[in-house]
Write a protein that binds this ligand. Structure first.
Ligand code: DHE
Length: 569
């Protein structure tokens, strides 16, 4: 049986990667699911879903609705709303029908060697839900509604107008060292004072907030939920609170704000997975100003793609530009916000499928992972063109990556990988180190594959790297710490979950404090069990504090105000 699973998986879905294993299980625990768990139905007298594909297996309307919700929560991030594939393989009806319900159930239950989790073996889906999903993906994908200016304006709320906000900082918090922590499964962020380690506020946000970003001034914090809900949080208030919200679409991952001189805090930009677009907004109120679709042609095959999703966005410090990465077309857009009525964009052919990335230390070059092509694309934002496509390891996943000066090769930016246990150091100084520029100059060995994030800091000579998606428990609970003065030495491996005294958790997303002498790590437990944040002393690699609170549920990303504001990583 094991062989059959492996064989099928290798043949059909070898590259599918999903991180949706952590999706909110309660979302599927609807009355519909309870009905589904109740066992098979004879379907007599049950309202059926009217599929327009005669070859698709029958489903009741209730089963179809469950399938749609589960697909959105757990599958769409990797396979796409229209199922044309990206990080995961395409799941188009004809190919799925060819495989048939029984084979599909095996994939969903056991996962694939390429990285798709076993939703059955991990207790993420019941047997009945797996059976429903196996039939659901043989149906033509339903297209969610569009979301234009009318819908955005209707969703837009200014809770505290600009003239009613404080004129100066009203609290005693050192906001430079506040951490905004994603509480993935409660739809909240926790703001934690990095000096005192006390929780300042829990703020309601969108569903499974993806990232937090800071305005240039450091006063405003922006979050985006996977459901497209943006929160604008004012850190100057006595207790920091949300002052405006808007829904920019129904599926989203990215947000940033204008950082060029003269435009500080003026504009915000949010990218959406659905509808595939980005929207420019007033930075102080979130009023939507302009929506730009990203539908179009892939850079290489010049095939029309109906769903080119906006992945990472960064904000230039050297030009009035946002860098917008379009996943499925493999294009990087430099969006000039100096005149948004006559918007100019530079469209750069990079690689597919663009995902996450960050600046090199000079903040001229943007480094972005095209994870399914094992490539890091380097964009020269000064010249407005592609500097290089660098081949790295299997499925690079840098987060924003991290920068340091290699003892031999000069300035480098680095990424870890989902698909192997190496960290690739890429030379980033074409002036002083032209031979090393845009080449992998050194490989470091992480304690395992399944790495998502890594960090060092200009004041540190340590590099911290996680492996939260590794199948081995001990590995995903641990981090590697490298001594960058001696890169030839193996890393020190520390089990962070053990330090927190939490058995059932994975450890993710190292983030430095503003001073660069502490590293914060998320001990990310299941949503009904304990989680924690562990604060490590960077120099001694010993624990400083374990932050626990019963409201600290499923912490994942952590964003230090200072480091995020100035793009220090
Ligand atoms: Fe992320 C960054 C997309 C799953 C935690 N993630 C990003 C970015 C994108 C993205 C496009 C870059 C945003 C930017 O910089 O503007 N992530 C996706 C997905 O499509 C995917 C694979 C599946 C999904 O359905 O969302 C996915 N991501 C996850 C998780 O399961 C993680 C581990 C836990 C969670 O909170 O959901 C996760 N992603 C993060 C974090 C960042 C991120 C913490 C920001 C890293 C940083 O330091 O900037």
């Amino acid at each position: 049986m094991k062989h059959l699973v492996k064989g099928l998986a290798l043949a059909v879905l070898p590259l599918a990667v999903s991180m949706a294993w952590a999706a909110d299980a309660s979302k599927t625990n609807t009355p519909t699911t309870t009905y589904l768990q109740g066992g098979g139905s004879t379907l007599a007298g049950v309202e059926m879903f009217q599929s327009n594909d005669p070859d698709a297996p029958p489903m009741t309307k209730a089963e179809f609705d469950t399938g749609r919700q589960v697909y959105f929560d757990r599958c769409a991030g990797c396979h796409g709303v229209l199922r044309k594939g990206a990080t995961g393989k395409p799941l188009l009806p004809k190919a799925m029908q060819k495989l048939g319900t029984e084979s599909l159930k095996i994939f969903i239950n056991y996962g694939t060697p390429g990285g798709m989790p076993g939703f059955g073996t991990a207790n993420e889906m019941t047997e009945k839900e797996i059976e429903v999903m196996a039939r659901y993906i043989q149906q033509p994908p339903p297209q969610p509604p569009e979301w234009g200016m009318k819908e955005m304006k209707a969703s837009w709320k200014v809770l505290i107008p600009v003239d009613k906000r404080p004129k100066k900082k009203m609290n005693n918090i050192n906001i430079d060292n506040v951490f905004s922590v994603t509480l993935r499964d409660t739809g909240e962020v926790a703001l934690i004072d990095g000096d005192t380690k006390k929780i300042v506020a829990f703020l309601k946000t969108g569903f499974a907030v993806h990232i937090s970003r800071l305005s240039k001034s450091g006063r405003y914090l922006y979050t985006t939920g996977r459901d497209g809900l943006i929160n604008l949080i004012d850190l100057w208030m006595e207790t920091p609170a949300t002052v405006a919200t808007i829904r920019t679409g129904s599926d989203a991952r990215s947000i940033d704000t204008s950082k060029f001189k003269g435009y500080e805090d003026k504009y915000a930009i949010a990218g959406t997975y659905w509808p595939p677009a980005y929207v420019l907004m007033d930075g102080f109120t979130l009023e939507p100003l302009k929506i730009m679709s990203t539908r179009g042609y892939t850079y290489d095959e010049q095939e029309y793609h109906p769903e080119p999703r906006v992945a990472s966005i960064v904000s230039s410090h050297i030009k009035p530009e946002f860098v917008v990465n379009v996943k499925e077309t493999g294009k990087v857009l430099l969006v000039d916000y100096s005149d948004i009525k006559n918007l100019k964009t530079t469209e750069i052919e990079a690689e597919r499928f663009l995902h996450d990335g960050g600046w090199d230390a000079s903040k001229r070059y943007f480094m972005v992972a095209a994870n399914m092509r094992d490539t890091v694309s380097v964009v020269d934002t000064k010249e407005g063109k592609l500097a290089a496509n660098v081949k790295v390891g299997t499925k690079p996943h840098p987060g924003r990556g991290t920068n340091w000066v290699d003892v031999k090769y000069g300035p480098v930016w680095a990424t870890g990988h989902l698909g192997d246990d190496r960290i690739a150091e890429i030379g980033t100084d074409p002036k002083k180190h032209p031979k090393e520029a845009w080449k992998v100059v050194r490989w470091l060995k992480n304690h395992g594959s399944g790495s998502l994030f890594l960090k060092t800091h200009p004041k540190s000579h340590h590099l911290w790297s996680d492996a939260p998606l590794n199948p081995d428990l001990e590995t995903r609970q641990s981090v590697s710490v490298f001594d960058l003065k001696h890169p030839e030495k193996p890393a020190t491996v520390i089990n962070i979950a053990k330090i927190a005294g939490i058995a059932e958790a994975r450890v993710a997303h190292p983030e430095y404090n503003a001073n660069g002498d502490e590293v914060w790590l998320s001990v990310w437990g299941p949503k009904d069990k304990e989680s924690a944040i562990v604060v490590m002393d960077d120099k001694t690699m010993k624990v400083k504090t374990v932050i626990k609170d019963k409201r600290l549920i499923t912490p994942t990303g952590k964003f230090n105000v200072h480091n995020t504001q100035y793009d220090v990583y």
